[in-house]
Design a protein around this ligand. Structure first.
Ligand code: PLP
Length: 440
């Protein structure tokens, strides 16, 4: 049965929202046509809108709710902490305990600093790299999303009219008025292309502070990086005294230690965020003690005075610790098995229906592309108008069938899900594919 998406209460709320919020939203990710739907409440893997329609939430606030919504353990821990205070100009024991716990998950992490978002974690990692190397430039992959900071926004969403030569991608600002100096201090390299990426890095080797790398960048296609490419970047950065910053804001969920473990490497600095806050805002940077020392006011190598009013606040820290301790090895494996079942089922549905589509992803996140070949870089992942219109049909179909996905047609599973939800997801995809095939 199809669930109506044009509903009165949400339409009314949107009419109010557009008067006070630009575009009616606080973040573009919630936009839908003709208007966003508004949430009444959510529990576990289900989210109920203000019309009373319940859907299975496969977006999980952009992959940040590893245990779904309103988890009883989180409610209890946070409620206890709320009654004791929410933020102080003094330290808390729980902040130390959580740092100890996160560091214990990956042998490459010596020390850690908490911040308030993934964006802040990337900012901190980049500035610490600049301080440590005394160099200004950074390098990043074309199309990779690393949050809202001038430098990492360069070439976040280039298009065929702006992106230039594939071997030497243009530095394209996200926002009009971005200083030329910021654009010129970013080397943009093509993802998964060892020869071209290394050639570009070589041109700026003595000015580069760090290479920022996501091992499975969502907007580059949510396809795990080619291991040879990752190894080449790790080796090149080590040989040239350039730091390797790995953005695990999303991918830390993929294995108990984070996705870098699967590649057998350690970053110099690792940025984290999303799920490590247990549903509350957080970010963190973990890394090598030598480098982290630039943040230490008691060190001779103190070069980076860093603060943040809500950094390490005990609400995000308490929720994060409960969430991550419960997301133990068994829990990671179970969720990854469920995701494999989903991806396998969707791949089978692609075969059976004959649609030109593919699936990418690893761990507990997957993405469906309206392309027969799974993309390996941003330009391959870029949608043609025909692919974009098919994807919109598919997303609307999934929504009507009762599934909330990330609007790139990606899904991030949560631990309250079981086989029943996964099998229902697969059959909704199958009927969506059938519809597109029969309409084209
Ligand atoms: C890979 C990656 N890095 C950084 C960020 C920024 O995180 P936040 O939205 O918490 O600032 C995101 C957010 O989606 C992300 O996906």
């Amino acid at each position: 049965m199809s669930i109506p998406t044009q509903t009165t209460r949400s339409a009314d709320l949107f009419a109010r929202a557009v008067k006070v919020l630009p575009g009616g939203v606080s973040r573009n990710a919630v936009l839908r046509n003709p208007h966003p739907l508004y949430v009444d409440h959510a529990q576990g893997c289900r989210i109920v809108d203000v019309e009373g329609v319940s859907r299975i939430d496969c977006a999980n606030n952009m992959a940040s709710l590893i245990h779904g919504h309103a988890d009883p353990d989180m409610i209890q821990a946070v409620t206890t902490q709320l009654a004791k205070g929410t933020a102080f100009n003094m330290g808390t024991e729980v902040e130390i305990e959580y740092a100890e716990y996160l560091l214990s998950r990956n042998a490459g992490f010596d020390q850690l600093r908490f911040v308030n978002s993934g964006t802040e974690a990337l900012m901190l990692a980049i500035k610490a790299s600049r301080a440590f190397t005394d160099r200004p430039m950074i390098a990043k992959a074309e199309g990779a999303y690393h949050g809202a900071y001038d430098y990492v926004e360069v070439s976040q969403t280039p298009n065929p009219t702006t992106w230039g030569d594939a071997d030497r991608p243009a530095g394209v600002p996200l926002v009009s008025g971005t200083p030329e100096s910021a654009i010129n201090d970013v080397v943009v390299f093509p993802y998964n292309n060892i020869e071209k990426a290394i050639a570009l890095l070589n041109q700026h080797a003595d000015k580069l502070a760090c290479v920022v790398l996501d091992l499975m960048p969502h907007r580059v296609g949510l396809n795990p990086a080619d291991p040879d490419f990752v190894r080449a970047i790790r080796d090149w950065t080590t040989e040239n005294g350039v730091l390797l910053v790995i953005d695990e804001v999303i991918t830390f969920r993929s294995t108990y230690q984070g996705l870098q473990e699967q590649y057998g490497i350690h970053a110099d600095l690792t940025a984290m965020g999303k799920m490590i806050g247990g549903g509350f805002p957080i970010g963190a940077v973990a890394g090598n003690a030598d480098i982290m020392d630039v943040l230490n006011p008691k060190s001779k190598r103190y070069l980076y005075p860093h603060s943040g009013t809500f950094s390490g606040n005990p609400i995000s820290i308490t929720a994060g610790m409960v969430a991550m301790k419960r997301f133990n090895k068994d829990s990671v494996d179970r969720l990854n098995r469920l995701a494999k079942r989903a991806a396998g089922g969707i791949e089978a549905a692609i075969q059976e229906t004959g649609i030109a589509a593919s699936v990418t992803g690893v761990g507990s996140m997957f993405r469906v592309h309206m392309k027969p070949q799974a993309p390996t870089n941003y330009r391959e992942a870029y949608l043609t108008p025909d692919e974009a219109s098919k994807l919109n049909v598919l997303l609307d179909h999934m929504f009507d069938e009762g599934f909330v996905l990330i609007n790139t047609c990606s899904f991030a599973l949560s631990t309250p899900m079981n086989e029943a939800e996964i099998d229902a997801l697969v059959s909704a995809f199958k009927s969506g594919f059938q519809r597109i095939v029969s309409e084209s």
